[in-house]
Write a protein that binds this ligand. Structure first.
Ligand SMILES: [Zn+2]
Length: 219
């Protein structure tokens, strides 16, 4: 928070958001029929997107999705807490997506340079960041796997980010509604990784255990 204000007395931190909203109002008037249909019809998104809260990784931008197309869960380090952990936020979204919205594809998308993955390697003050400290514990299995595999130091961070996505796919399967849907061939789960520098997505192939470019055909 800052107390810096512009000439009209608007907090500079929210000035861009207010100006963006002014532009959105114009767009809304131009596309009124589209927004009216969104508001009056039941939502029918194509994907459940589980991604990181990171402000630089914007799901609707990298998939060029319109409003109404992505049902999103975003949290620090794109975590899917296993169903037995008692975290309700992600599980509720998964169940709502499948049971009520008829979504049949779930994407877990990690990204390069993820601060939420890196956080576990840094000390987190337990007194005033207790929630953060507990949350990033969900990334520990990936850190442990990579440490045990003796991945060279310079590759360790990227390897941990990839392994973490793979663990979240396993965690998705701890939800009965997902496991049943996958077993019956109704639900697909997809592990993706967005490289911020290249602007490219890699996809995990569970049959080969390898990652490949999302636009490359499966081997
Ligand atoms: Zn992140």
């Amino acid at each position: 928070m800052t107390t810096a204000k512009d000439a009209r007395g608007i907090d500079l931190d929210i000035k861009d958001a207010i100006e963006g909203y002014e532009r959105f109002r114009l767009e809304f008037e131009r596309d009124k029929a589209f927004y009216k249909s969104l508001a009056t019809k039941k939502q029918k998104p194509r994907l459940l997107w589980i991604g990181c809260s990171d402000s630089r990784v914007v799901p609707s931008q990298i998939t060029q999705a319109d409003p109404g197309e992505l049902f999103e869960v975003r949290n620090i380090a794109n975590c899917v807490p296993p169903s037995w952990t008692g975290d309700e936020a992600v599980g509720a979204a998964i169940e709502y997506a499948i049971a009520h919205l008829g979504i049949d594809d779930i994407v877990v998308c990690g990204h390069s340079g993820c601060g939420g993955i890196h956080a576990l390697a840094e000390p987190i003050p337990p007194d005033n960041e207790a929630h953060l400290g507990r949350w990033v514990e969900y990334t520990r299995p990936a850190h442990q796997l990579v440490a045990a595999a003796r991945v060279p130091e310079e590759e360790r961070f990227a390897a941990t980010i990839r392994a973490h996505v793979q663990f979240q796919l396993d965690n998705l399967m701890t939800y009965e509604i997902v496991a049943k849907g996958v077993a019956e061939g109704r639900v697909g789960i997809h592990g993706w990784l967005y490289d911020m520098e290249a602007g490219e997505i890699q996809a995990y192939d569970p049959r080969t255990g390898a990652w490949r470019g999302l636009l490359e055909p499966a081997a």
